[in-house]
Design a protein around this ligand. Structure first.
Ligand code: G6P
Length: 466
C-alpha cells in the first residue's frame, strides 16, 4: 500500500490501512529522515491522542526509533499536538511524531510528523518521507539501542502560555467558562491554565472515550449542542471546545452564538493590533476571510496569503515575523509561540479578549462588524466520484486560465495557489479546491450578504455539476 501524507499527516482507517506494520514502515522512514538530516542524536518526541490503540501505535513507533539509535521522549498519557510542538523547542529534539487523526471519525488514526522547527512538516519533508517509505531503509550498521526518556512538558508549557496572555486582566474580569475537550488529548490543559488565571471553569466530556461520544471530535456547531446547553445552564461567559488533538478551537458566547474560526481570527487580529498595539504582517490561508485584510490594512499592516494547511502559516510565523496566523478550519497561533496551531492558546486568547472587552465576545464582534463592514463567509463540501473529480478538475483548470465573470460580475483576480479562487469586482470571492484530508471538494464563498453568498454557491454548484 502506498502511504501518502495529506494536508496534515497520514491518516487511515484502523486495521484496514492503519496497521502496526504500516505504522512501523512510516516510523522507519522518519527515523531514516532524522538520520539523514543529522537530527537523530537530538532524539524525538513520540506523542499520541486518545484514540483506540493510539498509545500502542506510539509504542511501536518508539520501538523503531530506539532501534535506530534515536532517543525517545515518551509521555505518560495522551498529549495535545501543540504541546508536542512546544516540547520540541523545550527539549531541543530533532522532531516529533504524533499518533493522531485529529478530528476524524473514531475508526481513523493518523501520524503527524513535526520537524525540528516545531511546526507541521512542509511538503519537501513529507515527500522525502514518502519516498523513504517506498524504499525501506535499515538502521545504520553498528548503531546501538537509544535511551527512552519521560516527556513531561506540562508545567513549562503552562508557564510559557501565561507569558503570552495578560493573566492579570483575565483574573480581574471574574469570568466563568465551560470547557469541552471532546474526550480528546486536550483534557486537563485548557481548564487547568484557565483556573490558574482565576477563571471559574466547568468541564464536560473530560474523560477518555475513543468513540468520542459516538461522533467526531470536531468543534463545529452540530457537535456543540451540549456545550451550548451547559453555557446557558451555568450562565457562563463562554464555552470553549477543543478538537481531538487540541490544535483547534470552537467558541460559543454567553449569548449562545457560535463564533466561527474566521470571526475568531478577525477578532484576534483586531485585538492584537488595537488593544495590544502589536505591529507586523498577518497571515491567513487562501480559504480564510478577507475581513482580516480589511482590519490589517486599517492598521497599516500587510496580509499574507498561503495555500490551505497550517504548515504554510507556520513557515510565515517563523520567517516573516507575522503577529498572528490562522485559517478558516479553526487553527491559529501568534508571534512568540510555536509555529503550530494551538487550540489551548487560542482558548486563552479568546478569554483575554472577552475579559478586556467588557465580558462579552459577541459585543466585540459587533464592534468589529460595525467598524469594518458586514462579511458573510460560508463553506460547502461536496463528495464526488473519482470520474467527477477528474471532470471538475478540468473545469477548474479552464477557470484558472481564463474565467472572466461569475454570476454577472467581473473577475478581478484569479488565484491558483490551491484550487481556484476568483475574486469579484465587489470584493466577494469564491474558492473551489479538493480537500487534502477528505474525499470532497470544498467550495468557499464570501460576500457582504447571505443572499449573495447563496447565489454564488448555487452558481458554482450548477456550473461544476456538484
Ligand atoms: O481542507 P483540507 O485540505 O481538508 O484541510 C483542512 C485542515 O486539515 C488539517 O486540519 C490541517 O491541519 C489544516 O491546516 C487544514 O486547514
Amino acid at each position: 500500500m502506498r502511504i501518502k501524507f495529506g494536508t496534515d499527516g497520514w491518516r487511515g482507517v484502523i486495521a484496514r490501512d492503519f496497521t502496526f506494520a504500516n505504522v512501523e514502515r512510516v516510523a522507519a522512514a522518519i527515523a531514516a529522515y532524522l538520520s539523514e538530516k543529522s537530527q537523530a542524536a537530538r532524539g524525538a518526541i513520540v506523542g499520541f491522542d486518545n484514540r483506540f490503540l493510539a498509545d500502542k501505535f506510539a509504542e511501536a513507533v518508539a520501538e523503531v526509533l530506539l532501534r535506530w539509535g534515536i532517543p525517545v521522549y515518551f509521555p505518560e498519557r495522551s498529549v495535545p499536538t501543540p504541546v508536542v510542538a512546544f516540547g520540541i523547542r523545550h527539549y531541543q529534539t530533532g522532531g516529533a511524531v504524533v499518533i493522531t487523526a485529529s478530528h476524524n471519525p473514531p475508526e481513523y488514526c493518523g501520524i503527524k510528523f513535526i520537524p525540528e522547527y516545531a511546526g507541521p512538516a512542509l511538503p519537501d519533508v513529507t515527500e522525502r518521507i514518502e519516498s523513504l517509505i517506498e524504499s525501506p531503509p535499515s538502521p545504520p550498521a553498528g548503531v546501538g539501542r537509544a535511551l527512552r526518556h519521560p516527556f513531561r512538558p506540562q508545567e513549562d508549557y503552562f508557564a510559557h502560555l501565561l507569558r503570552l496572555v495578560e493573566g492579570d486582566k483575565i483574573a480581574r474580569a471574574s469570568l466563568k467558562v465551560v470547557v469541552d475537550p471532546m474526550f480528546g488529548a486536550g483534557i486537563g490543559y485548557l481548564e487547568e491554565v484557565l483556573r490558574r488565571c482565576g477563571v471559574s471553569v466547568v468541564t464536560i466530556h473530560d474523560w477518555r472515550d475513543p468513540l468520542f461520544g459516538g461522533d467526531l471530535p470536531d468543534p463545529v456547531p452540530s457537535r456543540l449542542g451540549e456545550l451550548a446547553a451547559k453555557v446557558k445552564e451555568t450562565g457562563a461567559h463562554l464555552g470553549l471546545a477543543l478538537d481531538g488533538d487540541a490544535d483547534r478551537l470552537g467558541v460559543i458566547t454567553g449569548e449562545g452564538h457560535f463564533v466561527t474560526p474566521n470571526q475568531v481570527l478577525s477578532l484576534l487580529c483586531y485585538h492584537l493590533l488595537s488593544y495590544r498595539g502589536w505591529r507586523g504582517p498577518v497571515a491567513r490561508t487562501v480559504a480564510t476571510t478577507h475581513l482580516v485584510d480589511r482590519i490589517a490594512s486599517a492598521f497599516g499592516v500587510a496580509t499574507k496569503e498561503t495555500p490551505v494547511g497550517f504548515k504554510y502559516l507556520g513557515k510565515l510565523l517563523r520567517e516573516e515575523g507575522c503577529l498572528c496566523a490562522g485559517e478558516e478550519s479553526g487553527g491559529l497561533s501568534i508571534r512568540g509561540h510555536v509555529p503550530e496551531k494551538d487550540g489551548i492558546l487560542a482558548g486563552l486568547l479568546v478569554v483575554e479578549m472577552t475579559a478586556v472587552h467588557g465580558g462579552s465576545l459577541w459585543r466585540l464582534w459587533e464592534e468589529v462588524r460595525e467598524k469594518f463592514g458586514e462579511v458573510v463567509s460560508q463553506r460547502r463540501d461536496y463528495r464526488t466520484s473519482a470520474e467527477d473529480k477528474e471532470r471538475i478538475l478540468r473545469v477548474l483548470a479552464s477557470w484558472a486560465e481564463s474565467r472572466e465573470e461569475l454570476a454577472g460580475q467581473k473577475v478581478v483576480e484569479r488565484i491558483t495557489m490551491d484550487g481556484v479562487k476568483l475574486v469579484l469586482a465587489d470584493g466577494s470571492w469564491v474558492l473551489v479546491r479538493a480537500s487534502g484530508t477528505e474525499p470532497v471538494f470544498r467550495v468557499y464563498v464570501e460576500a457582504s450578504t447571505e443572499e449573495k453568498v447563496d447565489r454564488l454557491h448555487e452558481t458554482v454548484k450548477a456550473e461544476l455539476g456538484l
